[in-house]
Design a protein around this ligand. Structure first.
Ligand code: AVJ
Ligand code: FE
Length: 445
């Protein structure tokens, strides 16, 4: 059942639960380190964790306290400090930011007001309030920053502070999955959504896209397959790389995925402060778009387009409908996908047989974000809502789309239509990929 059909009081309860879940995670990620660590910049690519925390509160104040609630500002004086467009990440540590105690107090105060606003919102009428959209947007915003904070944790040095149970092992018979492909028939499918109440502006509207037949990997590319590319000298041969990719590989001195280290004949991998041998059947993670594209060319393949990825994930040939998720319309559960920081690693290929798409494609949701070959762009009929700076200002050739969410993504900020984007050189995010190819002659009729 969709949140559009549950009734106002059940929706209010749902919003409250989602707000609390997001906050519990923000608190966990920020309480895990001491104050010194909270205000420090662990990488030029990231904000200090204390900036993310107060920024979460600032966005919540802007949209829920002031706009939806029509209340007086709590801290109009700090709007500018936490406006992501005013100050690049690298400059944030030098700003007169709220300290750890102040930031914690601020987000608590905002949240208290928001629960009062939630009590009084009709959750209908204005578009911002209908189906609790603004609350859903703020829940997703906090969860997105929680994933960003998790990425900061991965970049921080020092003894481990986060722990979680390991992901489930691959199911019996999953061995062949790493090399298997699925043929997706050509024809139209519905991309995007007009119906999902909490879908963000860039996922809208639903529109028909004709996608010619293609083959796609049944699972994300594993560490073992990626290591074969590295060990074959893949990083030393410009022929596998685009011109732009080769330039980046050279300037940045890339030799392997981020956090890999040579260890005799094999590799080790460092994750949240713990180093262990690379797990062969785990999806590769922390590769940039250029590395993914180079692997694909070496393997005689290519990256899927965004439309191909979404068709593989959502299209049900039996009904012609697009599903909300590969497994159907029901919300993710722990048995369907590796989401929500329950495990602090991608699961091995074959670990989620119940999450498979109707066409037989595995692990499209969760584990690792998947690079696509498509620039981030508006769908036909797009209109910015409620603000241009969420999506519209990023449309264009500078950003590539990633799909599917990672182990660090919360279910609230992940669905078959959800679109993420980043620069093609970025790899501090939990990014992996799978390959695709055109059909061979005679493979389809
Ligand atoms: C959708 C993940 C690219 O983190 O830059 C957070 C999400 N937008 N605050 C980002 C976002 C505003 C965004 N990404
Ligand atoms: Fe933000």
């Amino acid at each position: 059942m969709s949140i559009a059909d549950v009734g106002t009081e059940a929706l209010r309860e749902h919003v409250a639960t989602q707000l609390r879940r997001a906050r519990d995670r923000s608190v966990e990620l920020t309480d895990a380190v001491d104050d010194d660590d909270l205000v420090r910049q662990h990488s030029k690519l990231m904000s200090p964790l204390v900036w993310d925390l107060a920024h979460i509160g600032s966005q919540e104040e802007l949209w829920l306290v002031r706009d939806v609630g029509g209340r007086e500002p709590l801290r109009a004086d700090i709007d500018d400090l936490y406006d992501a467009f005013q100050h690049p990440r690298a400059d944030r540590p030098a700003l007169p930011l709220l300290g750890p105690g102040e930031a914690r107090g601020y987000v608590r105060e905002v949240r208290d007001k928001v629960f009062d606003v939630l009590e009084h919102s009709p959750l209908e009428g204005r578009r911002l309030e209908t189906n609790g959209f603004a609350f859903g947007m703020i829940v997703q915003h906090e969860q997105q920053h929680d994933e960003t904070m998790l990425a900061t944790h991965q970049l921080r040095v020092g003894p481990p502070v986060l722990s979680a149970p390991p992901p489930p092992p691959a199911a019996a018979g999953a061995d062949a999955l790493a090399g298997r492909e699925v043929l997706v028939p050509g024809g139209p499918f519905t991309m995007g959504t007009s119906a999902d109440p909490w879908a963000l502006d860039n996922e809208r509207p639903a529109h028909e896209v004709h996608v010619p037949a293609f083959a796609i990997d049944a699972a994300p590319v594993t560490n073992a397959r990626y290591a074969a590319f590295v060990d074959d000298g893949g990083y030393d041969q410009p022929r596998w790389w685009s011109e732009e990719g080769w330039r980046h590989r050279t300037e940045a001195g890339l030799t392997a995925p981020m956090h890999w280290r040579r260890d005799g004949g094999g590799w080790t991998y460092t994750r949240f402060g713990r180093t262990s041998p690379l797990v062969p059947d785990e999806p590769v993670v922390h590769v940039c778009f250029h590395e993914a594209a180079a692997f694909a060319r070496w393997a005689g393949r290519r990256l899927p387009t965004e439309a191909e990825w979404e068709k593989a994930a959502r299209y049900d040939p039996a009904t012609g409908r697009s599903r909300r998720y590969p497994w159907g319309d029901q919300e993710p559960t722990p048995g369907l996908a590796n989401l929500g920081q329950r495990h602090l690693a991608p699961a091995p290929v074959g670990a989620y047989p119940d999450g498979v798409s109707p066409l037989g494609v595995h692990q499209l949701i969760g584990d690792v974000w998947e690079w696509t070959d498509t620039d981030f762009a508006a769908y036909p009929g797009f209109s910015a809502f409620p603000y241009r700076e969420y999506s519209e200002v990023f449309f264009g050739p500078s950003y590539k789309v990633l799909r599917g969410g990672s182990f660090g993504t919360d279910p609230a900020a992940c669905r078959g239509t959800f679109r993420n984007w980043d620069y093609p050189i970025r790899r501090q995010i939990f990014s992996g990929f799978r390959c695709a190819r055109d059909p061979l002659p005679g493979e389809v009729d």
